[in-house]
Write a protein that binds this ligand. Structure first.
Ligand code: ZN
Length: 205
């Protein structure tokens, strides 16, 4: 049902992936997060995007010079991306992430609202074992990031009825063990995946 179905066609999928270029992500955290949380963000984004054949290379924004990329995005993580100091109240913070648009064009600048996400999920997150909270919050952050990257990489402002490309998530979806793209969104990402410079494109076959 989900895009993992594409993973069972290794000859076809593998040939495409061989030509796909990594997407370079430059990250800036307003407040430096704990290493396990960063690891959880990177692992979850890879788990969400690899069925669509999208790979990533991560660098801090402070190390952005002198690199050639087929596709890049700059990610600003706003507020505290931190699973400590949670309270037992909850709130509805508005958008949890957004992608910048200028003259109708989707720009490669993404903001993730970590303060808003904490407020939204903290009442449930605080009920989880302390040792699991970084991982669970990191996964939730990765889902918001994957949603915004979908807009950028699939060149669309549209949303889907389910999965990562939904217009809004529940707390349960953000904190669940898995959340994936639907099959259609996954195929769209795959068809738009950046190609290695100089390699013939197999898109459209
Ligand atoms: Zn959206």
């Amino acid at each position: 049902m989900f895009c993992l179905v594409l993973g069972v066609m290794p000859a076809f999928g593998g040939a495409r992936d061989a030509n796909s270029a990594p997407v370079t992500l430059y990250t800036h955290f307003q407040q430096e997060p704990a290493p396990p949380l960063v690891e959880a963000i990177e692992d979850e984004l890879e788990a969400i995007m690899s069925p669509a054949g999208v790979r990533f290379e991560w660098y801090p924004l402070s190390d952005a010079g002198g690199r050639v990329s087929t596709q890049l995005a700059v990610i600003h993580f706003k507020g505290e991306c931190d699973a400590s100091g949670l309270r037992s109240d909850a709130g509805y913070p508005g958008p949890l992430g957004w992608t910048h648009i200028s003259d109708g064009e989707i720009l490669p600048f993404i903001d993730v609202n970590c303060d808003g996400l904490r407020l939204f999920v903290q009442r449930d997150l605080i009920g989880m074992p302390f040792a699991k909270r970084d991982e669970v919050l990191g996964r939730a952050i990765a889902r918001i990031l994957a949603h915004e990257l979908y807009h950028l990489l699939a060149h669309t402002k549209e949303h889907a009825g389910k999965g990562i490309a939904k217009a809004a998530y529940s707390v349960e979806e953000l904190l669940a063990g898995t959340l994936q793209f639907g099959k259609k969104e996954c195929a769209s990402l795959r068809s738009h995946a950046p190609r290695t410079i100089g390699e013939p494109s197999v898109q459209g076959q």
